[in-house]
Design a protein around this ligand. Structure first.
Ligand code: DGY
Length: 324
């Protein structure tokens, strides 16, 4: 019988299904803490299947050590920048992920971050809870109007498109975007007649709100840098529900300090959860703790999707979400 390791606690419904499906001997690793380096190295020798998740820090030495033992990493999460895909391939380890099921919730959260940052809702709540609100007045906590503004989207995959739909059909926003692939006309039309522009600075210059929906990893590392901030219109707002390492955080703080960037709504960070201390000092930052997919239905669906992929792999079929 094969051994299956789930690296973090999952919603009960998904854990129960994994056990009842009897694909192998399942280890549900509780309590819910990150696996240590030692645990990863032991896992390399003990499990045929590892079901990691997006917050796992997998040591580089794990992959060569796991060669010949670990057959598949059925990831719980759509993002897989925490897995070294080349090293996994070299070690003969297949990798799957869980797209689709978290698209709506991640786009919902991005809308929430945009609205909260634009309308200063977090800042207002802090003022009210501190007992500092002195009442309605014409000049109090003036924000930025969302309805009718232009939204720029970087990365026009499933979540970028879902964000475009919400922004256009819900808030009458004009949508411009950048992506490496040429997006077909029917997708652009269905996404609120979104317009594809040639480059990221062009999108940055054309929009009032810039929302990031690209993958993390080497190709996009610190891609939102000082040049992109400089290209943005003064008073723009940035939203990131993609990956923290896409933003150069020094450049972000500089853009906030100069006032060029009015605010930002962020769900993801470099080195999360150990955030740069500077984040704490900006009232105009909306800071969520990586909540994009955090709803009951979605987190269970992610588990089911990972199990579906594993089942396919173990029964000799091609998993529908085979990354490598
Ligand atoms: C993912 O699946 O990549 C998300 O970041 C989790 O919310």
């Amino acid at each position: 019988m094969i051994n299956i390791l789930v690296s973090r606690a999952w919603p009960k419904e998904a854990e129960n299904r994994l056990i009842s499906q009897a694909l192998g001997e399942v280890t549900l690793r509780h309590p819910d803490t990150p696996m240590t380096h030692k645990e990863w190295m032991e896992a390399a020798k003990r499990y045929e299947v590892i079901m990691p998740t997006v917050s796992d820090k997998i040591p580089a030495e794990f992959y060569p050590a796991a060669a010949g033992k670990v057959q598949v990493m059925a990831n719980y999460g759509v993002g897989f920048n925490h897995i070294d895909i080349d090293a996994a391939r070299d070690a003969g380890i297949a990798v799957t992920n869980t797209p689709d099921v978290l698209t709506d919730c991640t786009a919902d959260l991005a809308m929430g971050l945009m609205l909260t940052a634009a309308r200063r809702i977090g800042e207002g709540e802090r003022e009210l809870r501190a007992g500092k609100w002195i009442g309605w007045r014409p000049t109090h906590m003036i924000g930025k109007k969302v309805t009718g503004a232009t939204l720029g989207i970087i990365g026009f995959g499933r979540i970028g498109q879902a964000m475009a739909k919400r922004a256009h059909f819900g808030f009458g926003m004009k949508v411009v975007f950048q992506d490496a692939w040429t997006v077909p006309d029917d997708i652009k039309a269905a996404s609120g007649n979104a317009t594809q522009l040639g480059s990221m600075p062009e999108v940055a210059a054309a929009c009032d709100f810039l929302s990031l929906h690209c993958p993390g990893g080497a190709d996009t590392y610190k891609m939102i840098n000082a040049d992109v901030f400089a290209a943005m219109k003064p008073g723009s707002i940035l939203v990131n529900s993609a990956r923290g390492d896409v933003i150069d955080e020094d450049a972000l703080f500089a853009a906030l300090d100069s006032g060029h960037l009015a605010a930002a709504g962020l769900d993801v960070y470099h080195n999360e959860p150990a955030l740069d201390q500077r984040f704490q000092s900006y009232e105009n930052l909306v800071l969520a703790p990586h909540l994009g997919s955090a709803t009951n239905g979605t987190r269970a669906a992610m588990g089911h999707r990972a199990i579906d992929n594993l089942t396919a792999f173990l029964t000799g079929q091609t998993p529908s979400d085979l990354v490598s």
